[in-house]
Design a protein around this ligand. Structure first.
Ligand code: ADP
Length: 268
């Protein structure tokens, strides 16, 4: 099994990715796809008059402020246009893709954070009306049923809380939890950069290999959004995934290239 996370940043080429997925499926490669949708969500949120807000936790991580209205907009984009758009591209290529969010059939389940401690203008604040959390459990039975039926699961946040509420979760970390649940051979994370860059945004400073034992040292190289990916990689390694690849989602054959070792290979 390979778990493929496709980012939601500007520049990612979904047609080239769909071509490659179709080729891999045709060659018999078992696959689960996870995708994001952050940049389109930001645009739609602006258009709907509820502009995105990002908050920084006391531990230095940035995340989307997810009040109820944001959650609705998030679902419109992630579960709507992004998910169905990708499913359509795959169906056009003869892949029987089935698009589901983490709420459906409780595919991704975990705790909702009851309070988020953030730093705003140098002051500590506590948010209590935020719909965010993390994935602790993956419904592998349901996913396996789909796989057995010859379908390709195409998954997207939100996840579901133990109480049954939709919660915004980080897509990279949800993909890591999915890879762990299936003990996947590899977790491939495609974004709009060639991988982890030593001197972001200089693309020639690509870090080609990070041994599992050294992953902690690379947390400081990554800024804001990339930090979540490194954290997802850390979590995947801790749960027995041998290979995580951060690779370029703008090029032809992006998944095959990542599996052949292009990008930042973490592990081994
Ligand atoms: P996606 O939505 O595709 O999952 P993100 O936007 O969350 O991707 O994260 C990728 C982004 O992280 C890059 O576009 C880049 O702006 C940023 N980034 C920060 N630090 C680094 C780094 N050291 N190497 C590569 N990208 C970085």
């Amino acid at each position: 099994m390979i778990v493929l996370k496709i980012g939601g940043s500007e520049g990612i080429n979904y047609d080239l990715i769909a071509d490659d997925i179709a080729a891999l499926i045709k060659a018999g490669q078992p696959l689960i796809v996870v995708h994001g949708g952050s940049s389109l969500t930001n645009k739609v949120a602006e258009q709907l008059g509820h502009p995105p807000q990002f908050v920084t936790s006391v531990s230095g991580f940035t995340s989307r402020r997810t009040d109820r209205r944001t959650l609705e907009i998030f679902e419109m984009v992630y579960c709507g246009q992004m998910n169905k758009g990708l499913v359509e591209k795959l169906q056009m290529r003869g892949v029987n893709a089935v698009g589901l969010s983490g709420i459906d059939g409780r595919i991704w389940e975990g705790p909702r954070k009851d309070a988020i401690k953030i730093i705003q203008n140098g002051r500590r604040l506590v948010l209590r009306d935020d719909y965010t959390g993390k994935v602790e459990k993956v419904n592998t039975d349901l996913l396996q049923t789909l796989l057995n039926a010859g379908a390709l699961p195409v998954l997207t946040p939100p996840a579901i809380s133990y109480e049954g509420e939709a919660i915004n979760v980080d897509g990279d970390r949800a993909a890591a939890a999915t890879a762990a649940a299936f003990q996947a051979e590899a977790l491939v994370i495609l974004s709009n950069v060639p991988g982890l860059l030593e001197k972001f945004p200089d693309e020639s400073s690509l870090i080609r290999h990070i041994p599992a034992a050294k992953i902690d040292q690379f947390m400081s190289v990554a800024e804001d959004r990339m930090k979540k990916k490194v954290m997802g990689a850390q979590e995947a390694l801790a749960q027995g995934i041998g290979r995580i690849v951060f690779a370029d989602g703008r090029v032809a054959g992006p998944v095959s290239r990542a599996l052949a070792g292009e990008g930042t290979v973490i592990g081994q």
